[in-house]
Design a protein around this ligand. Structure first.
Ligand SMILES: C[S@@+](CC[C@H](N)C(=O)[O-])C[C@H]1O[C@@H](n2cnc3c(N)ncnc32)[C@H](O)[C@@H]1O
Length: 303
């Protein structure tokens, strides 16, 4: 009989350290001089325990040290977010008024959002991380402009029930970001969450999620920095356990009821947003899928 895996960090009631790592990179990027900055998350510093650098040069030094050790992660962490915020802006221009972040961590999209004030933000996350985030906001005397929905994607609770209980409108389209999360979930929890999401959002809604290449999870990736990060997060209690390929990622969303509309690699994001001299490398071991919710099947929820 194989022994059960040890409880993850979240299962033990601790907030996500990988969410903290993401916030640290974003807090450093915010200090980088405007011409080379990749995101500009001016609130990320609220969530870090290590003070962010003071000068652009120090910030670049810190980011590039991390990038040398784990090439590709800085690009992934900063630019998936940039891409998501562009997607939100386009969706809002097209009339969408609901934004959902699944596994939001220390995301600050809503805090920095300057569009129509009729847009509502919903953040779903494990209660342990969500509590830590709300405490950090309270310590900074900031009232969160989002509706917080505590939910563990592995606990079998209904996303549809929780979101609707918190005022989400299943009959009007939304845009959903699920960034930096799928690789931490057992594959069956990832598929169940996608199916639940498809059952929750109105047709036409957009979903963006990222995935880790199967080869990183299996330990066969040629990118040593990615394998080292995999070992580091596993030691911290948040192992990568769910890898996909571009093909299986598209098949997974289709099975759930979404239609892929764009697939990108992090290398594409660096080309798109990195400028002529990006300060980060573009090791190619992660991808993103944008998908649209297809029409609901007759007989399904909400018909
Ligand atoms: C790497 S962080 C990404 C955070 C944020 N989306 C970002 O891009 O900065 C992973 C997030 O997934 C959340 N998460 C991981 N497993 C989860 C689970 N079983 N249920 C709910 N949230 C989970 C963590 O709490 C954390 O906020």
């Amino acid at each position: 009989m194989t022994a059960a895996p040890p409880p993850t960090r979240l299962q033990s009631g601790h907030s996500s350290e990988t969410a903290h790592l993401t916030a640290r990179a974003r807090a450093s990027d915010a200090v980088v001089e405007p011409g080379r900055r990749l995101l500009g998350d001016t609130f990320a510093h609220l969530f870090v325990t290590v003070p962010p650098p003071v000068t652009s040069q120090e910030a670049l030094g810190r980011l590039q040290r991390l990038d040398r050790a784990h090439g590709g992660f800085i690009a992934e962490i900063l630019l998936r977010q940039r891409y998501f915020e562009d997607l939100v802006a386009l969706a809002v221009d097209a009339g969408v008024r609901q934004v959902v972040l699944l596994g939001a961590g220390y995301d600050t999209t809503a805090l920095r959002y300057t569009g129509p004030d009729t847009v509502r933000f919903f953040e779903v996350d494990h209660p342990a991380t969500q509590t830590a985030k709300l405490e950090a906001l309270a310590a900074a005397d900031l009232t969160s402009p989002v509706t917080s929905v505590p939910l563990d994607f592995t606990a079998g609770a209904s996303l549809r029930a929780e979101l609707t209980a918190h005022g989400f409108d299943i009959d009007t389209p939304c845009v959903v970001g699920w960034l930096g999360v799928t690789f931490f979930l057992p594959p069956e929890a990832c598929r169940a969450t996608l199916a639940d999401l498809a059952d929750t959002v109105a047709p036409g809604s957009l979903l963006l999620f990222d995935y880790m290449d199967e080869a990183v999870v299996e330990g066969t990736s040629p990118y040593e920095g990615a394998l080292q990060m995999a070992r580091q997060v596993a030691e911290q209690g948040e192992p990568y356990i769910n890898g996909l390929t571009a093909h299986s990622a598209a098949a997974t969303v289709r099975d759930a009821g979404f239609e892929p509309v764009e697939q990108l690699r992090v290398t594409d994001l660096v080309r798109r947003y990195g400028g002529s001299d990006p300060y980060c490398s573009d090791d190619d071991f992660m991808g993103l899928v944008t998908a649209r919710r297809a029409e609901r099947k007759v007989g399904g929820h909400g018909d």
